[in-house]
Write a protein of this length. Sequence first.
Length: 451
Amino acid sequence: MTEDYFSFTERLFDQSQTSGKPEALKGIRVLDLSRVIFGPMVAKWLALFGAEVIKIEQPEEGDDWRSGTYWGKYWKDSSPYFQSLNPNKYFVAIDLKEEKGKDLVKDLAKKADVVIENYRAGLAEAWGLGYMAMSKINPKIIYISCSGYGQWGPMRYFPSYDLISQSVSGVARMTGFSEKRTFKLPDYYGDFFPAILGVVGVLSALHHRERTGKGQFIDMAQTEALMRVMHNWTYMSATGQDIHPTGNFDPTMAPSGIFKTRDGLFISIAVATKEQFLILTEAMGAVELATDKRFQETAERLKGENAAIINEKLAQWVHTQNAEDIITLAKAKGFAAAVVMDDEKLVRDEWREARGSVVEFVDDMYGNSRFAGPAVSLHKSPGRIKRLTRPIGYHNRYVFKKILGLSEEDIRKLEKEDVIGYWDNRVGKRPPSYVDISKDKIFNYKKDERA
């Protein structure tokens, strides 16, 4: 008997089989010199698909985001946000102000495939750790610099953050309801999306190296990246007309928007075609709207004044209904609708858990919690979370002995000279209070051996 398509896809992407499948980027070594969000997110995506990512931090202080968390809330002496940004990585602490520290990084770069940094333009090069220096010791290296305005051009020295990139790209202006009131997209979209494009650049460069044997330099500008999802300026260039902020309304669909229900929830509804509009009017019990000349054809509904009228009629109807009843109608009739979900619903959503979008993960150090799984499903080499973050310098011995072949005496000398180090005893940087680090096998990797 032939297997039906949906049984086939469910079997192909069975989450229980992930750990037994190979990793797409196994064998790719990445040096993550970056900090906060933009650069670390590039490294995170590579790590989720099997790359060996070594995150290099300053002793004691570490990444700034170790102490950054919503409303000052920590989880087992760690920042939940830092945990979500840096799974699967190895954590070493090297003082880059020391020449011996820079030499350690260069030694690792000789054995690496990718280097990621997101310092101010030109700073890594001034330290002797930029592409010009790294490519001399490893011509096959793929080096990505993540900065606000790029590594060249008149704006290269300007600082940038998520909010700045949203503003410069025009994203902030288009998220409001009018010219008088615009909004920043929540969280750090101006970091997350450019990071994804950075990963595209790295994977493209890896493929190019596979064919040619040559590495290359990638210049990833944060403020430029968001323009790639703001096609309204292309429309302006072609027509001379400004779209202006449209709030919750999609200017390519009418009716569309986010509306409040009778039971106080918010629900989104979007209609793209004449047929879908007819279905919606039947669900609303207002089929006469489908024969109204202002709304009968899609092009007519999209005219500003008509779109405003039909959106208001939809809003009035939604306000008389409970959210669950609208979703039941949408499923029965076949129009697109969804309840706007909050964090609690997302975390507990069975559909997301079944697909691996939300992962129930048990870590050796931090125990049980839920995290976002890989957003792309590969059936033969799926991404996965293998471990959460670790304290500053936790993998020093493991990395320096296994990759660089240093002895215990070498490491102790570097410790004594303050070239390498560990965490300060502060929340976000140290191990959980219940962990006996003296008995941790990885932290003390081959500590009793002598050269």
